[in-house]
Design a protein around this ligand. Structure first.
Ligand code: ADP
Length: 253
């Protein structure tokens, strides 16, 4: 097999990216709230080729009990990639990458969760990647934040996540797989709607100037995603209140 690097591919054609996007354009995003009957909160998200489900359980009793914290709930986050989510079958089960992603994703969400409301309990977040196309950690965090809200977990704010990257010496928003794998840098962030950053990671190399551009671009992407998360939650809960209002009318008849 011939090893490929960024010099082997042209990332732009007629000023547009391989999938026809402008440099500062997100992939299409679709968010559905409350798709799992047995979870306390859930969300399905598509971000371009990524398809991810998040399920939230709790607050509930901690097992094993020695993990209990007397003053607050603990938050557990399990990121898992299905073996069929990538082109070559992925070996099932946890690995170094999934441990890292679970840790950073939990740390991205924990600062906004009001854990002190639920001492001695646990909030479990499960993220299942069904189809991966780069940016699965950001898609997972976006889905998990919506699922937490759907579960009624008190939060100071929503968390929204997006990456920027560098390909062909250009800073681009929301890199897809080819750009992520063969690009020069990848910088995922997560933040509150006020712009308080709870996750920032970086692969590759950026100059200080490019770093500033990438952070600004990723923050703009996260802000746009926040609006879509908000709309998805409003759509679900306004539908429920319309349905229950209809039921009430029905009962009165
Ligand atoms: P993220 O998905 O958050 O961008 P990475 O940068 O580690 O995380 O991965 C980029 C992409 O590389 C993934 O979204 C996926 O498409 C692909 N990938 C990651 N791990 C594997 C794997 N074990 N086998 C095949 N492809 C993988």
């Amino acid at each position: 097999m011939i090893a490929m690097d960024e010099n082997d591919i042209s990332f732009f054609k007629d000023g547009l990216r391989l999938d026809g996007r402008r440099a500062d354009e997100l992939r299409p995003v679709k968010i559905e709230v409350g798709i799992l009957a047995r979870a306390d909160g859930s969300c399905y998200i598509e971000m371009g080729g990524n398809k991810v489900i998040a399920a939230v359980y709790g607050p509930r009793e901690v097992h094993p009990r020695h993990l209990q914290e007397v003053t607050r709930a603990i938050v557990r986050y399990r990121y898992n990639m299905a073996s069929f989510s990538v082109e070559e079958r992925k070996r099932p089960g946890p690995d170094r990458r999934s441990y890292e992603l679970s840790k950073v994703s939990r740390e991205a969400l924990e600062p906004v969760i009001l854990t002190s409301f639920f001492p001695r309990s646990v909030i479990d977040v499960f993220v299942e990647v069904l189809q991966a196309d780069a940016g699965t950690r950001t898609a997972g965090i976006n889905a998990a934040a919506v699922a937490l809200a759907d579960a009624g977990i008190p939060m100071k704010s929503m968390i929204s996540s997006c990456a920027a990257g560098k390909v062909g010496d250009t800073i681009v928003l929301d890199p897809m797989k080819e750009e992520d794998n063969f690009g020069q840098a990848d910088l995922p962030i997560a933040m509150t709607p006020n712009g308080d950053i709870t996750l920032m990671q970086m692969d590759g190399n950026l100059t200080p100037d490019e770093f500033g551009q990438a952070v600004t671009m990723a923050m703009k992407g996260a802000k746009d995603i926040y609006e879509l998360q908000r709309r998805a939650l409003v759509a679900k809960y306004s539908q429920i209140s319309t349905d229950s209002a209809r039921e009430e009318v029905h009962l009165c008849e």
